[in-house]
Design a protein around this ligand. Structure first.
Ligand SMILES: [Zn+2]
Length: 282
């Protein structure tokens, strides 16, 4: 009943001890396809002239979005020096935290989309995630300010309480998170996030791609790039889509900043251990 176009099958690929989660990518692709349409609707007309069709078609599992994932496109396996710790799964404590903190969040949307599983990064209080952002001088309309917008998206989530500090690095080889640019996607999306998790549902690796143009050619301005980045970093942190369109994590992004529910949901996700909370909800 929930947005069937978003509930695409989740091809999981076992890769050593890691599980590469491609469902996120497919769903993110589908979602951002819709997001792109909504951005076009919301942007000033000078930036988003009316499309030839009055409304963009709903996402339909376009081959392009998936092909980048399918086409030998498993993200680089996580390279970490040690496995994250086994999560502490105290069902009583999980239940208490859910009951006390779920008001004002869309945690229910996330759990229903993900078969009651929480996915998140381990707390990294002493070891920031290393984020590398591509400098694509060769791409038309790329603006150095776009990098600042993406950095701001990361720091905005941290300011909202994400216990996952980031540091921006110049060398991609040692980065935990890679942000790359594309001129445009071949389908109606503006961004795509891929992440991998281990058996405990700790996220261990992530990549984000952000477009500089709508797929029909118009450039995305700095405000739109920041909104897309906020949405994609939300995915990177482990959030899924929500039905309420007043949040950044709605499939059709209509706002330009984090909502109170975005922040509260992220904080609740990071107050819970990764993995299934189904038992705690009974
Ligand atoms: Zn999305």
């Amino acid at each position: 009943m929930r947005r069937p176009e978003l509930v695409l099958l989740a091809p999981l690929m076992a890769l050593g001890a890691w599980i590469v989660v491609q469902a996120r990518d497919v769903r993110a692709g589908a979602a951002t396809r819709q997001s792109a349409a909504s951005l076009a609707e919301a942007l000033p007309s000078r930036l988003a002239p009316a499309p030839s069709r009055p409304t963009e078609p709903a996402a339909g599992g376009g081959a392009g979005a998936v092909s980048t994932v399918r086409g030998g496109g498993a993200p680089t396996p996580a390279v970490t020096s040690s496995h994250p710790p086994a999560p502490n799964r105290d069902l009583g404590e999980i239940r208490r935290r859910l009951l006390e903190n779920q008001a004002g969040t869309y945690i229910g949307d996330i759990l229903s989309e993900r078969d009651s599983n929480i996915a998140r990064w381990p707390d990294r209080t002493s070891s920031p995630l290393r984020v590398w952002i591509q400098s694509p001088a060769a791409l038309p309309d790329w603006n150095p300010e776009d990098i600042a917008q993406v950095r701001d998206a990361f720091t905005t989530w941290v300011s909202a309480g994400a216990p996952v500090p980031f540091t921006f690095v110049m060398d991609s080889s040692g980065a935990d998170v890679h942000v790359t640019w594309v001129d445009h996607f071949d389908e109606q999306i503006s961004g795509k996030t891929m992440w991998a998790r281990d058996d405990n549902w700790w996220i261990v690796d992530a990549n984000i791609a952000i477009a500089l143009h709508h797929n029909h050619g118009e450039p995305l301005d700095a405000s739109a790039v920041r909104a897309i980045a906020l949405h994609e970093v939300g995915h990177l942190l482990g959030l899924d889509h929500c039905a309420d369109t007043t949040n950044i994590m709605t499939p059709r992004v209509r706002i330009r900043d984090l909502s109170p529910a975005d922040k509260a949901t992220m904080r609740l996700v990071y107050a819970l251990p990764p993995g299934s909370v189904r038992e705690a909800m009974r």
